[in-house]
Write a protein that binds this ligand. Structure first.
Ligand code: COA
Length: 377
């Protein structure tokens, strides 16, 4: 549809609100959480530290970090009726649908945390702790694995890996999941975070906001892209065919998942970090096929379209080499982004203004009502 004057389709470049949580410099490829560079956080911190940073605006002390770890461990267990409910969902369901249902249903058991306001920090921690359990409970049932145990001894990254793989992850596997969780934890006003803030801006509760966000993340133009990257690699088959297949797709004006970004005009810094991890994990598993194919895809897409990779290009290759099925990639994204969604909802409650833009009306204005009997058919 042609753009009318004054209409910013997709709200591109519209500054909708003020926030202290996340900064993206799209021209220089920089990403900051509460002022800290993502490259430092990915190299030196953990998901728990980053969640604390996003919620409280400062890095935790050792005691505060240990407290948060303990809380996550204690909050992982789901209410029994919710576990029973997840066990009764058809096994062929999409994990993102299960996650959306699980988040929404968990709210029914947390009446104190469904009142909007600063007390929602408890809900933020509960949801962040519970998401891996919701995903893991469903996945393990459909995979015929034994029920999940809360494992309070494990970090969030190790717990997520244990929940999905049913084995103790190695140090390297835990580290790469932790890095992925750090990298995905927030990204300014991306579509799902905006959806969460819109919901919170009506003075609705945190669980409703996160339910909106999960539904928004599910779409292939947002969180679903990493799953599609793996489908693309499987379709291409071998590195030799990359050039032909990608060129054919571009000539049909198809989008290549894992490329392009609304804000970054250069390489997404998260892609730079994950590329290196994709290589490391490939080497450790003795399988560099995905890494080599993705490098070739990058070369062709950049040459033909001038597009740079985004965070979704390499994450799927890492998860696949760990043995995680593709339909769990977006739920893993959600298990991380929940920290950012909830930080934004808390910020919204602090300085709330109903988010309600307007639209340019293109319809008719002078129709006369026709009674049903006179409409034919
Ligand atoms: N593959 C091929 N072409 C792409 C592309 C991609 N991944 N991303 C953008 N383009 C092209 C568009 O076709 C368009 O070309 P045109 O001007 O010749 O029509 C141009 O680049 C601008 O695209 P537009 O859709 O207006 O940009 P946007 O800011 O709305 O898009 C995305 C941002 C993320 C939706 C888009 O880049 C995309 O669809 N990427 C693939 C999905 C993905 O990886 N999502 C994860 C994001 S983290």
């Amino acid at each position: 549809m042609a753009e009318s004057p004054g209409v910013q389709r997709g709200l591109e470049d519209v500054i909708a609100l003020e926030s202290r949580i996340c900064f993206i410099d799209g021209d220089r490829g920089r990403l900051l959480y509460q002022g800290y560079d993502i490259r430092d956080l990915a190299a030196h911190s953990t998901f728990e530290e980053v969640a604390y940073l996003l919620w409280y605006g400062r890095l935790p002390t050792a005691t505060q970090l240990a407290d948060l770890r303990r809380r996550f461990g204690a909050l992982r267990t789901l209410p029994t009726p919710l576990i029973d409910r997840i066990q009764s969902i058809p096994t062929e369901s999409t994990p993102m649908d299960v996650l959306r249902t699980g988040v929404s249903e968990l709210a029914l058991f947390e009446p104190d945390e469904t009142k909007p306001g600063s007390g929602s920090i408890g809900g933020a921690q509960r949801l962040t702790a519970a998401l891996p359990t919701i995903i893991g409970t469903f996945h393990r049932r459909r995979a015929g694995l034994p029920p999940i145990r809360a494992r309070p001894d494990l970090s969030q990254a190790a717990y997520l890996a244990y929940a999905l793989l049913d084995r103790e992850p190695t140090e390297l596997e835990t580290k790469v999941i932790d890095v992925a969780l750090v990298l995905h934890a927030d990204h300014e006003l991306n579509a799902s975070t905006f959806a969460a803030r819109v919901t919170a801006s009506t003075l609705s509760d945190l669980y409703s906001a996160v339910t909106s966000a999960v539904g928004t993340l599910k779409g292939p133009l947002h969180g679903g892209a990493n799953e599609r990257v793996l489908e693309l690699l499987d379709e291409i088959g071998t590195p030799e065919l990359v050039e032909t297949v990608i060129k054919a797709k571009l000539s049909r004006h198809e989008r290549i998942m894992g490329f392009g970004h609304r804000v970054y005009k250069v390489e997404d810094p998260r892609a730079t970090i994950l590329r290196e991890w994709s290589r490391k994990i490939g080497e450790s598993k003795g399988n560099l096929r995905y890494f080599e194919m993705l490098r070739k895809v990058e070369e062709v897409v950049h040459r033909e379209k001038g597009l740079y990779p985004n965070v979704d290009l390499y994450s799927g290759s890492v998860y696949t080499l760990l043995g995680i099925p593709p339909d769990l990639f977006t739920p893993i994204f959600a298990a991380s982004r929940v920290a950012g969604w909830t930080a934004h909802v808390l910020e919204e409650y602090e300085d709330l203004r109903l988010i309600r833009p307007t639209s340019k009306y293109l319809g008719a204005t002078d129709l006369s009502y026709v009674p049903l009997a006179a409409r034919g058919g």
